[in-house]
Design a protein around this ligand. Structure first.
Ligand SMILES: [Zn+2]
Length: 472
């Protein structure tokens, strides 16, 4: 089907500008004035695409153990709170640099700011991706209901005086969020084949229907992608029908949200009917197995997604939920998880299917054209893998050794749009030592600034835990 995509052949790759101009037999180009890059002993693969990430989360990595999604949502205010514009830029840069270093050349990023997305905040995230050299679709993460308002019965399960305090935390009204997105859109100056704007109404039932429709119309009017967390936890899949009388996906379908520009993040608890609706609409799902396992959300069924005609991407999620941004690991987990579902062996996700999802499938989910293959007239987004890395010794099957063996340590150089962004394992656009100093300093200040909010959230955890696991 895709004979060239993942077949290992000895070829010279001719890059002109940001594009692969040709693939020719080794040594056949004699042209003068060309820069030659010796890739002997290396394998080239298309740059990986991370289907779901949060720039906000990188300063909060490693903070959580034994938290499910609902406990994590309770902790979001303190773990990402009180950020300055510089902190937002810092958090985004850490993520972009890690992804570049680990072979990613593009990412879908849902970026949250409280109470409203800002022109400056979005520009800071776009700058971070641009500095590291990645492509990105960046979606302001927005809702018009707080977690406490979104879940029927949740606030009532929390005793006073805690209840009154949680209800004070309000999401911005829909009209303010839409106005903020329009302002961002008007100020956006990035080239859309490099860093594009998308919309991220975060979770269906955390958004009023009117708000969802406004997001839909804005996306349609400006040709933007939309990403939402849908059916991530079992709890969400139970709450959805309680609110809507139908599944979350059926409700989004009713509101005419689904379409080729729509991407579900997670989709762990989709029914056959949900998958059919998404497949029929030409929608994508970012399958984020690391996060789904760490938060105990469950095992998304990638095979059934593919069978329903859904375009599947592979993602890491933010580093507060799965603590690295390693798309190689996400690919491997996508394969492994399919093997412990109820599928016969021949239905397991193969290494080549995972590679497709993590490259071309991801690019499609982000809405980028001609990205994800090493082919004439496709973009020169390339990862140079060092074949002396021991997981390639001996080299028996490149595609399988990439998916089952690569942990990012074999990534030697990375090129995006014909330009090196990582050379000799060094991220060129980011001073990582300086980044580290700044991050450590920022966290001293942020830990102190958020200490009270953290203590408050910790009082809520037992009630949230009990309510959310007790709902059937
Ligand atoms: Zn997410």
């Amino acid at each position: 089907m895709r004979p060239k995509t993942f077949a290992a052949e000895a070829l010279d790759v001719i890059v002109e500008g940001d594009t692969i101009k040709d693939l020719v037999a080794p040594g056949t180009v004699k042209g003068e004035g060309m820069e030659r890059i010796d890739a002997n002993g290396r394998a080239l693969m298309p740059g990986l695409v991370n289907g779901h990430n949060h720039a906000t989360a990188n300063l909060a990595k490693g903070l959580f153990d034994r938290y499910n999604l609902e406990l994590y949502l309770t902790a979001v205010p303190w773990s990402t709170g009180r950020r300055t514009l510089e902190d937002k830029a810092l958090s985004a840069t850490i993520g972009a640099a890690e992804m570049a270093r680990k072979g990613c050349t593009a990412a879908y990023d849902m970026f949250a700011e409280f109470p409203l997305p800002t022109v400056e905040g979005m520009a800071a995230v776009a700058d971070a991706y641009a500095k590291a050299g990645l492509r990105a679709a960046i979606a302001p993460q927005i809702t018009d209901k707080s977690f406490w308002e979104a879940i029927p019965g949740l606030a009532g399960a929390i005793p006073e005086p805690l209840r009154s305090d949680v209800l004070k935390a309000k999401s911005a009204p829909a009209s303010d969020s839409i106005a903020a997105c329009k302002k961002i859109l008007a100020a956006w100056r990035r080239s859309p084949d490099q860093i594009k704007l998308a919309l991220g109404p975060s979770i269906p039932h955390h958004c009023s229907d009117e708000f969802l429709r406004e997001c839909r119309d804005l996306a349609r009017e400006h040709g933007l992608g939309m990403q939402m967390h849908v059916a991530e936890s079992k709890f969400q899949s139970i709450v959805g029908p309680k609110i809507y009388g139908e599944s979350l996906v059926a409700h989004l379908d009713r509101e005419k949200i689904l379409g080729p520009n729509f991407c579900v993040a997670h989709g762990v608890w989709l029914s056959d009917d949900d998958r059919k609706r998404l497949g029929d609409a030409g929608a994508s799902v970012s399958h984020n197995p690391g996060s789904n396992l760490k938060l105990g959300s469950g095992m998304a069924d990638m095979r059934r997604m593919l069978a329903a005609g859904i375009n599947v991407a592979v993602g890491t999620d933010g580093t507060a939920c799965s603590d690295n941004l390693n798309a190689f690991e996400a690919m491997r987990l996508a394969c492994y998880l399919s093997r412990v579902k109820d599928h016969p062996v021949e239905q397991w996700i193969s290494a080549r299917e995972a590679l497709y999802a993590a490259t071309e499938g991801g690019a499609k989910a982000l809405g980028f054209d001609r990205i994800g293959r090493i082919e004439k007239n496709w973009k020169a987004d390339l990862v140079f893998l060092d074949l002396s890395a021991l997981h390639y010794v001996p080299l028996n099957d490149l595609a399988q050794q990439i998916v089952f063996g690569e942990d990012g340590t074999g990534v030697e150089h990375v090129m995006a749009g014909g330009r090196f962004i990582v050379r000799d394992r060094r991220v060129l656009g980011v001073d990582v030592a300086k980044l580290r100093r700044e991050a450590e300093e920022a966290m001293v200040r942020l830990r102190a600034a958020n200490a009270e909010a953290k203590a408050f959230a910790e009082k809520l955890l037992p009630y949230v835990g009990r309510f959310c696991t007790g709902l059937h």
